[in-house]
Design a binder for this molecule. Sequence first.
Ligand SMILES: Cc1cc2nc3c(=O)[nH]c(=O)nc-3n(C[C@H](O)[C@H](O)[C@H](O)COP(=O)(O)OP(=O)(O)OC[C@H]3O[C@@H](n4cnc5c(N)ncnc54)[C@H](O)[C@@H]3O)c2cc1C
Length: 272
Amino acid sequence: MTAGDTAADLLIVGAGPCGLAAAISAQRAGLRAVVVDAHVVASTITHYPTYVRFFSTAEKLSLGGMPFVVAAEKPSRRDALAYYRAVVEHFGLEVRQYERVRAIEGAQGAFQVHTHTRAGDERVIRAGAVVVATGYFGSPNKLGVPGEGLPHVAHEYREGHEAFQQDAVVVGGGNSAAEAALDLWRSGARVTLVHFGPTFDKRIKPWVLPDFENRAREGSIAVRWNARVVDIEPGAVRVTTPAGEERVLASLVYVMTGFAPNLTLLRDVGVT
Ligand SMILES: Cc1cc2nc3c(=O)[nH]c(=O)nc-3n(C[C@H](O)[C@H](O)[C@H](O)COP(=O)(O)OP(=O)(O)OC[C@H]3O[C@@H](n4cnc5c(N)ncnc54)[C@H](O)[C@@H]3O)c2cc1C
C-alpha cells in the first residue's frame, strides 16, 4: 500500500443521508466504515434552491436516532446542512471529502476501491464490502437542443433575484419547475413556463399546485402546455406549440427537467 491507502470493513461511496445512515449502522455493528465523497458531506442538498424547505419533517430526515429539531414546521436547506455536519461529528464518522471513487474491483470480502483526490492523488481502499450510496442526482436531464449550453441557461435553480424585471423561461412540468416559476415571479421576473405535457406531473406538492394555477389563471405567469423547445438563442426560446411555432423572450432560461443517476460504478461491478 502507498501513503493514503486504507483498509476498511465497509467502504461507503457517497456522504449523503443514505451513506451517513449506513456508516452509523456499520459503526454500531462494530465495523470500521469509511465514507468517501467526491464533494462535501450532503453535497446534493447544497444544490437545492437557496431558500427551499423540505417536504419531509425534520424527524423523517434524522439519522441514527440523533434529534433534528427546528423551530419551523419543515427544515430549511441550511438547517439540513447544519444537521448532517453535526451527525458526522457526533458519531465520529470517518468521512473523506473531495475524493471521487473512480472504480470498484474485486468481490465480496476483497474489494479494491480506486479513488482520486482533489489534489490529484490516486488511492486504493481495500474493503470487505462496499455500499454505493451515490443518489440519483448524477447529471441533469438535458433537452438536447441547440443553445442549451449558453451562459444564460441553468439546469439548477437557486433564487429569483437575478431575474428581477427580466424575461425568464422555465422548462419543465415537475415540482421544481413550478416552484422556480413561482419564486421567479415573486422576485419580479416576467415568467413563462414551457412544458411538453398538457399539465403538471401528478407528484407536485399539494400546496404548490393551487398557487401556480391561480397565478396562471390571473395571467401573472404565462404557460405554454404541449410545447417543445426547439432551440435557445441569447434572448429567446423557440418553442413549437399546437398553435404553431413561437419565440418566447428569455434573458434567463431554467431547464428544470430532473436528474439521472450515475450508474457507472454499479455497472462496472456487474450490478444491473
Ligand atoms: C429541492 C429538493 C427538495 C427535496 N426534498 C426532499 C424531502 O423533503 N424529503 C426527502 O426525503 N427527499 C427530498 N429530496 C430528495 C433528497 O435530496 C434525496 O432523496 C437524498 O439526497 C438522497 O440521499 P442519498 O444519500 O441517497 O444521495 P445524495 O444525497 O444524492 O448523496 C450522494 C452523494 O454521493 C456522492 N457521489 C456521487 N458519485 C460519487 C463518486 N463516484 N465518488 C464519491 N462520491 C460520489 C455525491 O457527491 C453526493 O454527496 C429533495 C430533493 C430536492 C432537489
